[in-house]
Design a protein around this ligand. Structure first.
Ligand code: NFS
Ligand code: SF4
Length: 667
């Protein structure tokens, strides 16, 4: 297969060096990849589908609707706006359902841990107590596990709440935002209920008013952001530790030629954490040695990778688009998967090698894979069973090629607590210095680059946007596969300060932090909600999230989860920019999402195609917010004097001070 710098036959503008290297070495490959399939499909993505006006919600259809053409509305009379709004809402419902089912598993695992069953402990007692207070749980004089059990049970009850009472976590939002939700009647109640209600409202013949549907989906999305995702993040932190800055490595080069390579792919960290413990187990290591390997190398793929990267410094081998490439190295003994973002094609690619795909969750099985059910009560035994299987494959490994040029250092682990300490100092953790730096203009604002990568656009997209933002002195927060791809191009290192505008570079260099802060997996976007709320609370930047000079983008989104995230950001007052959204065939609904919704929620969706256009919109919006706050007055450039350095560094808290781990590999 011919491969060039800018792509290869059958590939869609690949620029990722490790992908190019793997495909080159694969020679006359016996498998096909998504790049081949994109090429085979050509540009023939369905017109109606991609603009949101195809409806198949009942058996009188499918109906293809053309906005403005009388005879081209649905058989039932549904208009383009109704159909596109329904479709949008169902994406929000599906995305929320995915985060919710994930969160429920985490809560169940948390309860198991609180009961003292299973291999995990309550690690972050401070955070446990803070969250307990949100749920009105008395903590004084009580055993840690006792508090945790009550918290777990109350959290679980939030999923099935049937009363008209709002979710407990909503009260963490700025008061003004809570008032907006109350007035609009969109405070989410039970998390499951919001998903069910939205599925009902989008059934044939129910909600047929795009504005009402958009508000219904805002309620559902908020149940995700401030409900299930936030619960998952917080309880996972309490159980496995709140991330602190940690050095690690990313990209396919993290696979080891001499070790049993096991990749963990999917989303729920319960399984991944158990595998981490099992991979360090003497019995497992002895087994690996007996098979001729020097150890067991765990590496992450997709968001579960981000979870163990953030907390344990376990390397991430691949993001979403590289999952087939990881297998194509021929160096992986087993790819262990649970739920979400696992392409069915991995089973087909694995067949060309000695690799086994091991499914572990009864919800997610796959033809051609081996199933070993993960049991949270038997977590360690399940993990050992999986590893034993992987070790058994080591001797069968044939020709393999691990990219040599690609293995990049990153510093990850920027929870909102860490940002607090890093900028505020160990003894007076606060968002004050961040706010001050935004007010004085050294940092113009905050841009979040989140979500997936996909095969539709160049894989340089995240990098182009991030570079443009930091060049313009905008601090970047990243999560999910976007964060992995930014790590692959070296932007998650303190050294990347050299690509920043002068004033952001000064801040990064003083604190010793990268200009792109990795905040975790996709459910960890809830950390951004809390960080934004803290900034509001700190003062000087308005009194609602919608006042902040901050904006998010998911330029390469592919999953419905990303739409739920986008909508909970908007419903929380933060603008977002997406690359395409299947709503544009419905004129009024599309205009409402991109303009009119501003009146209701103080934020709106933006749609832009080219990466630089996305960055331009983000910069413009941030500057508009600065104008509105009155902090864009012209001022003389302030030189960075020692007092300011002390101010920024707080009590000398740099990355190292906050507790940087140096762990890179297990085994
Ligand atoms: Ni988020 Fe994670 Fe990646 Fe997208 Fe998929 S792994 S939850 S959905 S593709 S970032
Ligand atoms: Fe067509 Fe209406 Fe049925 Fe949708 S619900 S498929 S628009 S008839």
């Amino acid at each position: 297969m011919a491969v060039t710098r800018n792509g290869c036959e059958g590939c869609n503008d690949i620029t990722c060096q490790s992908t190019i290297e793997v495909l080159e070495k694969a020679g006359e490959k016996t498998f096909t990849t998504a790049y081949d399939r994109v090429k085979a499909r050509g540009m023939a993505a369905c017109l109606f589908g991609s603009t949101g006006t195809c409806c198949r919600h009942c058996n009188m259809g499918p109906c293809q609707i053309i906005d403005g053409v009388e005879e081209m509305i649905g058989i039932c009379g549904a208009t383009a706006d109704t159909v596109a709004a329904r479709h949008f809402s169902r994406m929000v419902a599906a995305g929320t359902a995915a985060h919710t089912d994930h969160a429920r598993e985490m809560v169940r695992g948390f309860i198991t841990t609180a009961k003292g069953e299973g291999p995990h402990q309550i690690k972050d007692v401070d955070k446990l107590k803070k969250l307990a207070a949100v749920f009105n749980i008395v903590t004084e004089g009580r055993e840690v596990n006792d508090i945790a059990l009550e918290l777990g049970q109350k959290a679980l009850a939030e999923f099935g709440n049937q009363e008209n009472t709002p979710l407990s976590m909503l009260k963490r939002a700025p008061a003004k935002r809570q008032e907006i939700w109350r007035k609009l009647g969109i405070e989410p109640r039970g998390v499951d209920r919001e998903v069910v209600e939205l599925m009902h409202r989008t059934h044939m013949g129910v909600d047929q008013e795009y504005h009402n549907l958009t508000m219904g989906s805002a309620r559902c999305a908020l149940a995700d952001g401030w409900g299930s995702s936030m619960l998952s993040t917080e309880l996972t932190d309490i159980m496995f530790g709140t991330p602190v800055p940690t050095r690690a490595v990313v990209d396919l080069g993290v696979l080891r030629p001499d070790q049993v390579n096991v990749t963990v792919h999917g989303h729920e960290p319960l399984l991944a954490e158990a595998l981490c413990i099992a991979a360090a187990d003497q019995e497992m290591l002895a087994l690996a040695k007996k098979a001729g390997a020097t150890g067991i190398n765990l590496a992450g793929v997709c968001c579960t990778g981000n979870e163990i990267l953030m907390r344990r410094g376990i390397p991430v081998a691949a993001g979403f688009v590289q999952q087939e490439m990881a297998l194509a190295t021929g160096a992986i003994e087993a790819m262990v998967v649970d739920v979400q973002c696992i392409m069915q094609s991995v089973a087909q690619v694995a067949k060309s090698f000695h690799t086994d795909i091991i499914t572990t969750n009864y919800r997610a099985k796959m033809d051609g894979a081996i199933h070993i059910q993960f049991d949270e009560h038997e977590a360690l035994n399940s993990a050992k069973r999986i590893l034993t299987h992987a070790i058994g494959n080591f001797k069968k490994r044939g020709d393999f090629h691990i990219p040599t040029k690609s293995k990049l250092d990153v510093v990850v682990g920027f929870s909102h607590e860490t940002i607090n300490h890093m900028l505020g100092g160990r003894f007076r953790a606060s968002y004050r210095p961040l706010n001050d730096n935004i007010i004085n203009g050294r940092i113009r604002g905050v841009g979040a680059i989140v979500g997936c990568d996909n095969f539709k656009l160049s894989d340089e997209t995240h990098e182009i946007i991030a570079r443009e933002l930091i060049k313009n002195n905008i601090l970047v927060l990243a999560t999910g596969c976007a964060a992995t791809s930014l790590g692959r191009v070296g932007l998650l290192r303190p050294e990347a300060a050299q690509f920043c505008g002068e004033s952001l570079a000064e801040v990064c260099e003083t604190v010793g932090m990268p200009p792109v802060l990795h905040m975790g997996s996709c459910v960890d976007n809830s950390r951004i909600l809390i960080a934004a709320t803290e900034m509001v609370r700190e003062g000087g930047l308005g009194d609602d999230i919608s006042d902040l000079p901050a904006i998010g983008t998911a330029p390469l989104w592919m999953s419905e989860k990303a739409v739920a995230i986008g909508h909970y950001f908007v419903a929380s007052g933060a603008q977002v920019v997406f690359q395409s959204l299947p709503v544009t065939g419905a004129k009024q609904f599309s205009k409402y999402l991109q303009e009119g919704i501003m009146k209701d929620l103080g934020a709106h969706w933006n749609i832009a195609e080219a990466p630089l256009d996305i960055a331009r919109i983000m910069i413009e919006k941030i500057e508009q917010k600065r104008d509105a706050l009155g902090i864009n007055k012209k001022r003389d450039r302030v030189l960075f004097d020692m007092a300011m350095r002390r101010d920024l560094g707080g009590a000398g808290a740099g990355i190292g001070d906050v507790g940087c781990h140096g762990k890179q590999h297990m085994g």
